[in-house]
Design a protein around this ligand. Sequence first.
Ligand code: NDP
Length: 226
Amino acid sequence: MEHVFVVTGASRGIGAATASLAAQAGYRVVRASRSAEESVGDRGWDARCDVSSWDSVQDLMSRVESRWGRIDVVYANAGISVDTSFVSSSGAEPSEWTDMVVTNVCGPAFTARAAMPALLRSGGHLVLTGSAAGRGVRPGNLYSATKWAITGLAQAIRAEAVGTGVRVTVVQPGLVDTDAIPASRVDDPKLEPEDVGRAVLYAVSQPSTVDVNEILIRPTGQAAHR
Ligand code: NDP
């Protein structure tokens, strides 16, 4: 049976690029996002899913496994960034701070939890999008804290998954040229979304004896924490 690759946050940016590369590599690919128009073919599936909702994520995994019979790779990539300064009075409303924490932290946790039964059956691979900002610190930005949380989440899942055959990888990109980057950083050196996608495909293509825990990728000339 052909292997199945699920990507959240696949309507654009890093998720869309990774979904295309996974399709080229021969996977059947599920492209999940809130704005997706439901459409399923033999090899590709656009699926509506809001990762901040446990019910939505659980429904996605259950639909995929019942239709395509298995899930081999889950790339928990969906995420948002809002302006959260601690000292300036401008920026996002507190409710938007909450939305970001729920999307960036609970979203991948829900995705991992909902996918785990299928991944345990397939001996599959969970990949999470962290950030270079989750290794260092960007001033005044709660986003960094949500990405630090991804590193911790991956370690917690990995510790529990030891011996099960399930592998867990975090990709930690520096600045990537997508709609998500703030206007203040448009002139900074950037990666292309495909650069991140290639790192994801590299991790999941390794033999089962090799565990790729973290991949930090950043454009040449960028400080490691940006
Ligand atoms: P984009 O804004 O280009 O894409 C974000 C994707 O996530 C979209 O497909 C969006 O689709 C989806 N999404 C957002 N919220 C939800 C939700 N609640 N449920 C399901 N899907 C959702 O961002 P990027 O491609 O740049 O970012 C992807 C990931 O990479 C994020 O986790 C981000 O934090 C991380 N990252 C980005 C970097 C950058 O410089 N761009 C650097 C390091 C990490 P829709 O709106 O239709 O739901």
